[in-house]
Each structure stands twice: as C-alpha cells, then as structure tokens.
Design a protein. Structure first.
Length: 115
C-alpha cells in the first residue's frame, strides 16, 4: 500500500510562488513521483514527474516556472512553483507509481492564483 500526504497549497497573487510537498508512506518501492492538476471544467493534466533515477519531465505550460525535486529514496517530492499565473489555478494531486506498476493518488491540494 502507498499513502500520499500533500501540503503547501493556498491562495497567491499572480507572479507569486508556492511550494507543494508530498510524502509517500509505502511498503513498495516507488519509481516515479509527480504532480498532476485539474482546473475547473477541465481534465486532469500532467504537471511534472521525476523518477527515482532523477529524470524529470514537465508540461510545456510550466517549463521554466516550476521545478520538481525529491522523489528519491526518501519518498518525498516537492513542486516549487514560481511566477504563478491565474491559469495555474487548480487542484494539484500527487502521484506515485511503484515498481510493481501500481499507481496511487493523493487527496489533492487547492492552488488559487488571483489576478
């Protein structure tokens, strides 16, 4: 089993920064951790992922503004979000994939960016 606990969401003005954290409690080895988001009226989309080997991947819309870190053996991943825009407003979900191919989700944390 894997449990994901997220923190760090909130309300910020455009141009501001937030840092999200996600800690995984797992009896399995986690090989990928990442963040997805769902904006109102839209489908869930990938934000950023990182593998246990340190390979990262970002959505084009956040490249240069967001940085994902962690996801190593400590099973904690961070998402540093800078220069936030109103269109970044969404519920952000932590995601983890184990070496057995099982996928888990956090409960979500709200990020609201005011203009």
């Amino acid at each position: 089993q894997v449990q994901l606990v997220e923190s760090g969401g909130g309300l910020v003005q455009a141009g501001g920064s937030l840092r999200l954290s996600c800690t995984a409690s797992s009896t399995f080895s986690i090989i990928v951790m990442g963040w997805f988001r769902r904006a109102p009226g839209k489908q869930r989309e990938l934000v950023a992922t990182t593998t246990s080997g340190g390979t990262t991947n970002y959505a084009d819309s956040v490249k240069g503004r967001f940085t994902i870190s962690g996801g190593n053996t400590k099973n904690t991943v961070y998402l540093q979000m800078n220069n936030l825009k109103p269109e970044d407003t969404a519920v952000y979900y932590c995601n983890a994939i184990t070496d057995r191919g099982l996928e888990y989700w956090g409960q979500g944390t709200q990020v609201t960016v005011s203009s």
